[in-house]
Write a protein that binds this ligand. Structure first.
Ligand SMILES: *Cc1c(COP(=O)(O)O)cnc(C)c1O
Length: 415
């Protein structure tokens, strides 16, 4: 007789790979054929990790800080669930530089990168029939985590004609008494936009009216190179409670170090009063922590990073964004509604009516990978069908090469 096992696969998990950038990129990469006689380089314009390119390498002082923390022998034990105190103090100070009031170390909770911060906050807000409002286009990790803990994801639009601002009327229309929070990503992934002070003020007023918290993903905080400077959403926390998610992954270009945080901007004590803080602490008691020596290093990482390093990173991003925008303008079937002003990406629309044999954005990206070894993220992976998200944060010479190949691919497939 055949042996039976009781395990049944979870359909939520089996479907989850279509809800992640990694899953979609993996499928696209699968279309590349390697030819030993014609080894073409792979040009990665699909993901957001430039750490392997020399022009984006992190500052040596950060490496020293981690190495010193490790060698000190002081960080070999388990850390407190909320995080090492010196790290919470340093992050509270770091964030308070841009705020009209000072955060306390008790407002900071350390996580395994911003990704775990997203996982934790969606789980903390979960309860039967709760829903959360997410931006479209957006970062699908939020939807994946929300769905996994049984929170319904609802979408509001970011409007390309308005520099990807939030459609606040549309947002109000989809909210109800079970809506717990809304999410914004600023500077934006995937759109490369930056929200103005005035727009963020309106977001705060709208959230207050709806009785919902604002979760702000500021993992690209300070990575801005256009007309608008970065304004943290926490500046509006006297209007509405703001939960800021961040990490060192992007600004220090060390996504593999896995250090992030949740910061509660709540001068009126509403998150305390509604017991979000208690739920958060309880959740941290049953989850894993970032490596203690990375936590131990963070105060020196912040204190010893020279402003020149940040300036150089932003200048490089400005240059690659500029180059990307100008080269994309030469491609007929691609339209770029907004010049990128922050983060590492640009969103462009694809005019399929000009292409002869391409079905949709996914097909476009698969054929491009196959023929040119250029990897781009299809819009469907950020909730925006028949658009493309292009990463400009790579070595400039490869970027130039990749965009030229993209152009000739489009010409070859033109009607
Ligand atoms: C990269 C990214 C994250 C994840 O950051 P980690 O700190 O590497 O976990 C979260 N949100 C957005 C919008 C991102 O682009």
């Amino acid at each position: 007789m055949e042996q039976k096992w009781n395990f049944k696969p979870s359909s939520t998990l089996l479907d989850a790979s279509s809800l992640s950038v990694r899953g979609v990129l993996c499928r696209i990469m699968g279309h590349m054929e390697s030819d030993a006689n014609d080894p073409k380089p792979v040009i990665p314009l699909g993901h957001g990790d430039p750490s392997s390119f020399p022009c984006f390498s992190t500052t040596p002082s950060a490496v020293d800080a981690v190495s010193n923390a490790l060698r000190s022998g002081k960080f070999n034990s388990y850390a407190p669930c909320v995080g090492v105190l010196s790290a919470r103090i340093a992050i509270a100070k770091y964030m308070s530089r841009d705020l009209p009031y000072a955060l306390s170390p008790n407002d900071i909770y350390l996580t395994n990168g911003c990704a775990q911060a997203i996982e934790i906050i969606t789980s903390v807000l979960a309860r039967p029939s709760a829903n959360i409002l997410l931006p479209r286009p957006g970062y699908l990790f939020y939807e994946a985590r929300a769905v996994f803990v049984g929170v319904e994801a609802r979408y509001f639009d970011l409007v390309p004609e308005k520099g990807w601002e939030v459609d606040l009327d549309g947002l109000t229309a989809i909210a109800d008494e079970n809506t717990v929070a809304m999410v914004i990503v600023n500077p934006g992934n995937p759109c490369g936009n930056v929200f103005s002070y005035e727009h963020l003020a309106k977001v705060a007023e709208t959230a207050k009216k709806l009785g919902i918290f604002v979760i702000t993903d500021e993992v690209y905080g300070h990575l801005t190179f256009g007309s608008k400077t970065f304004v943290p959403m926490g500046a509006f926390s006297s209007t509405v409670p703001v939960i800021t998610l961040g990490s060192i992954s992007k600004r220090w270009v060390v996504p593999g170090w896995r250090l992030g945080w949740i910061a509660l901007n709540d001068p009126n004590g509403i998150l305390k009063h509604t017991k979000v803080v208690d739920c958060l602490k309880s959740y941290l008691d049953i989850s894993s922590d970032p490596a203690t020596f990375i936590q131990g290093a963070i105060s020196d990482v912040i204190a010893n990073t020279n402003e020149d390093f940040f300036v150089k990173t932003v200048e490089t991003l400005k240059m690659t964004a500029e180059m990307c925008y100008n080269k994309l303008k030469e491609i007929k079937c691609i339209n770029c509604p907004c010049k990128p002003e922050g983060s590492m990406f640009v969103m462009v629309s694809l005019d399929l009516s000009q292409l002869a044999d391409i079905k949709d954005d996914m097909d476009f990206c698969c054929q491009l990978a196959k023929e040119e070894h250029v990897i781009i993220l299809p819009g469907c992976a950020v909730g925006f069908k028949n658009w493309l998200r292009i990463t400009h944060a790579i070595e400039p010479s490869s970027l130039d090469d990749g965009l030229s190949k993209l152009k000739s691919f489009c010409e070859k497939h033109a009607k």
